[in-house]
Design a protein around this ligand. Structure first.
Ligand code: COA
Length: 601
């Protein structure tokens, strides 16, 4: 087994909801990123406002952090429960920073490692407020692990300045007291240290921020949504940013109204987006059919959470794949894309807008709770060279009759003898000329009814078949354009392949990289787009493969079933359905077993 790369360090803060775990983690993340460290975070908390266990995890390293890894090196436990529920994840030589009275009879004993007791609550009260317990912890962390306190000071001013100057003062004092306590009461007994940053400050974004940022960069100027965990941050970001670029954010009365508004805005030529989670996607599915039928492009982001219904709104799951791809009555084409990490959230959202505009089709971006809430550092996007598709609307022909006359159209009697804009013109690509309201001579009516090339309701069998074929042709164009977009890493000749989507793909990449370093013969295959599946490329890369491992965060193997049924592959599904993402170490044994032909297919 490959040696652990100790340049990557993972720190977890655990405490009760309301104790400021999340604020502490986010401040520390900002400091690390400003020092030029690569960072990736994970947070989880209960759906209640106070109480329950809140956890924030920060993993840093000298290079891009692929996943949360397998090892917890530092646990900062704000209370006994934080210790009890997390200590089992820590390596035996890990460092514990805790707020229990020394001598407490801890129910879970450690077998090694270094402990530092810091009376966080007591020092916070000395600083002036029990709320500042988290800042005492940060002061102690800085002192123990060599983070510069100055970075924190600036962060505290930014975060709490809005509350009051007194709050800032109390928190700054708490940081000092935490650092001082460590200096005066502890000798540094651990060897673990964070790798130094390269001094290049990086952008730190959550997956939700990156989606919203990508939307603005792609030209989105209209957003309508209804708040829902874990997608609300997208709306909050756009409420702030869209007005700055003359865009609009509307908080609608529900999800159905949200997507309907987006359809209306897109119809008038605005690049539009809505974001929701599984329950919202379920509500939106009928209107998605309208967008599909009327050929109106828009972007719908689903930040998946564990369901069904209200389920576990703050926990992770990849349970909406079937709903995203098939959640429609009849044939309602939509494109489905799943970003794998925070940086990908930015670029795939841009991509989604490009596809929506070019192909006049709804595009679903399948994000996830653990991605939406996670922060990671990424290089600043190169806006100059960002590929943004700008739609060209139809133009009036300059000579002759502008459009065919109605009597040439073999449509029933009673229509006026006027030229009619062929909004749904059939051609090789299925992409028809589009006009927007206000373009003279190119008016048309778009409805959810089946129609002919001239947008007029028409139900005869030949027309139905022709229009279905037209929409399918457009979908096939997407498949053709993105058909080669499959990422493959590893041994091309391997008999064992592993595949997954969304955040699980990032964890698989981590596990496969390690397996390859150990000399294993395996390849990882990641389709960039989940609907339409890039069939040709998938078949090509699965050719000769004897066993396929499919990993995903749901309990029925939605993706595994697609791979099994579409490609006839021998699939072993590795499923996790407890509301938390995979760790690479959970995937590694399946790769090993598949290589030894020990997995059950
Ligand atoms: N000094 C002053 N205020 C502080 C502080 C300090 N040192 N540390 C934290 N706070 C404030 C934060 O600013 C925050 O206030 P805000 O709500 O006005 O922004 C508050 O205390 C909570 O701190 P935070 O660090 O953000 O969270 P936490 O780790 O204590 O956990 C949550 C609390 C996030 C679990 C909980 O409040 C919550 O919101 N739960 C989620 C609810 C939800 O989304 N449910 C889904 C329903 S479908």
């Amino acid at each position: 087994m490959s040696k652990r790369d100790t340049r990557y360090v993972c720190l977890r803060i655990a405490g009760e909801g309301g104790e400021g775990v999340i604020s502490a983690g986010e401040l520390l993340t900002q400091v690390a990123a400003r020092l030029g460290m690569h960072v990736a975070t994970f947070k989880t908390f209960p759906s209640e406002i106070r109480g329950g266990m809140a956890v924030y995890q920060l993993r840093t390293g000298p290079d891009r952090v692929l996943s949360q890894g397998d090892y917890l090196d530092i646990l900062v436990a704000f209370n006994r429960e934080g210790y009890d529920r997390n200590i089992a994840d820590m390596t035996s030589e890990g460092v514990l920073v805790h707020d229990f009275e020394p001598g407490d009879n801890l129910p879970v004993k450690r077998r090694g490692g270094v402990d530092y007791h810091v009376p966080m609550g007591k020092l916070a009260r000395e600083a002036g407020s029990h709320r500042a317990k988290n800042m005492v912890a940060l002061g102690a962390i800085c002192e123990l692990f060599g983070f510069p306190v100055e970075g924190l000071t600036e962060g505290v001013r930014l975060k709490f300045g809005k509350k009051s100057e007194k709050v800032v003062e109390v928190n700054l004092k708490a940081i000092d007291l935490g650092a001082e306590y460590v200096r005066e009461n502890h000798e540094i007994r651990h060897e673990l240290h964070f790798s130094e940053g390269d001094g290049h400050a990086r952008v730190v974004l959550s997956g939700n921020d990156a989606v919203a940022f990508g939307a603005v960069a792609a030209g989105c100027r209209f957003y309508a949504g209804y708040p829902i965990t874990p997608a609300t941050e997208i709306m909050e970001y756009l409420a702030r940013e869209l007005p700055r670029v003359s865009g609009r954010m509307v908080q609608a009365e529900d999800e159905i109204a949200s997507i309907a508004m987006c359809i209306g805005a897109s119809f008038t030529g605005q690049k539009s987006m809505t974001a929701t989670s599984g329950p919202g996607l379920a509500l939106m599915s009928e209107a998605l059919g309208l967008a599909s039928m009327a050929e109106v492009g828009l972007v719908l982001v689903d930040v998946q959470r564990a369901g069904p219904s209200t389920g576990m709104p703050t926990k992770a799951e990849q349970g909406d794949l079937n709903l995203a791809i098939y959640g429609a009555h009849s044939t309602a084409h939509r494109v489905v894309i799943a970003p794998v990490d925070v940086e990908d959230c930015f670029y795939q959202t841009v991509n989604a807008f490009n596809i929506a505009a070019k192909y006049q089709i709804p595009v679903i971006v399948l994000s996830e709770q653990s991605l939406g809430f996670s922060k990671a550092s990424m290089p600043r996007p190169d806006f100059e060279n960002l590929d943004v598709f700008e739609e060209q609307y139809a133009r009036m022909p300059t000579d002759g009759d502008p459009w065919p006359k109605v009597d040439e159209l073999t449509v029933g009697e009673g229509y006026p003898m006027t030229p009619v804009f062929p909004r749904y013109l059939r051609n090789d690509t299925g992409i028809s000329p589009r006009s927007i309201p206000g373009m003279p001579g190119m008016e048309f009516r778009a409805t959810g009814l089946e129609h002919d090339e001239f947008a007029r309701p028409r139900y005869d069998p030949p027309n139905r078949k022709a229009m279905l074929n037209k929409r399918q042709a457009k979908f096939e164009e997407v498949r053709r354009e993105y058909g080669e977009q499959v990422e493959v890493i590893g041994d091309d000749e391997a008999e064992v392949a592993i595949t997954g989507w969304g955040t699980t793909a990032a964890v698989i990449r981590h596990a496969v990289t390690r397996a390859l370093n150990d000399g294993a013969s395996v390849k990882a295959i990641f389709p960039k787009i989940l609907s339409p599946m890039p069939d040709m490329a998938m078949r090509h890369h699965l050719h000769g493969v004897k066993r396929v491992i499919c990993c995903e965060l749901n309990d029925t193997g939605q993706y595994a079933n697609i791979i099994r049924h579409r490609y006839g592959a021998n699939v072993h599904a590795v499923l996790k359905d407890r509301g938390v993402p995979f760790a690479p170490g959970e995937i590694t044994p399946y790769i090993e077993m598949a290589i030894k032909a020990q997995v059950r297919i």
